[in-house]
Ligand binder design. Structure first.
Ligand SMILES: CC(C)(COP(=O)(O)OP(=O)(O)OC[C@H]1O[C@@H](n2cnc3c(N)ncnc32)[C@H](O)[C@@H]1OP(=O)(O)O)[C@@H](O)C(=O)NCCC(=O)NCCS
Length: 179
């Protein structure tokens, strides 16, 4: 097995061939209730990709080994962004699991793999995430990993016709319980 591979999942750096699928996912109304995205063109998707490569963000495609002997299915992406090496922290974001694959524990598993990579390979001390307070799914995923609420920014985003608070969740390496 490779680094960032489990029985079910492979996480690996986003490749140019993953971009058309990831761009389509950004347009998927079912997945954007709690994620702010402007409609994005392939030109802008390419620019985003170049930026994350230059920034050194750990932006990974998630592949699911759905059927033995078949090519793993690209589900989406997840990443550690805005890595600050001096303060040893990063922001976890952009996880989306398509509707037909939800409820299988894949978001939890992918996040766990990435967070352990962040703490034990990249030597991060703290991982944070900004979450809409009504996004029960992702709050449950983060809570299972040990993230706790650190603070709330009021009316911080304008999303789907209203101003919304955002809650900052965080996890320190010393508080992470490796399972
Ligand atoms: C949120 C999301 C990533 C969850 O993906 P998933 O693969 O279905 O989640 P998992 O199967 O790993 O679930 C992990 C836990 O969260 C719970 N959970 C998942 N979605 C839930 C929901 N909508 N409401 C309540 N609990 C939920 C599961 O029951 C499970 O808890 P358990 O182990 O105690 O039973 C997925 O619904 C999604 O892509 N949503 C749209 C995009 C989004 O909002 N992303 C987050 C913003 S960065």
């Amino acid at each position: 097995m490779r680094i960032l591979e489990s029985e079910r999942l492979i996480l690996k750096p986003i490749e140019p061939e993953d971009l058309p699928y990831l761009m389509e996912q950004r347009w998927d109304a079912d997945l954007t209730d709690y994620i702010i995205h402007n409609p994005i063109s392939s030109y802008n998707q390419q620019k985003w990709y170049e930026k994350i490569c230059q920034n050194g963000d750990v932006a990974l495609s998630i592949f699911y080994k759905e059927k033995e002997g078949e090519k793993p299915v690209l589900l989406g992406a997840v990443g550690l962004y805005d890595i600050n090496w001096r303060h040893q922290r990063a922001t976890w974001k952009t996880l989306r699991i398509p509707k037909q694959y939800q409820g299988l524990g894949l978001a939890y598993e992918a996040s766990k793999m990435l967070i352990e990579y962040g703490f034990y390979t990249l030597n991060l001390n703290k991982i944070t995430s900004d979450i809409f307070p009504d996004n029960e799914g992702i709050i449950r995923v983060l809570a299972k990993l040990g993230f706790t609420e650190e603070g709330r920014l009021k009316d911080h985003y304008f999303h789907q016709g209203q101003f919304k608070d955002v809650v900052i969740y965080s996890l320190l390496r010393k508080d992470y319980k490796k399972q």
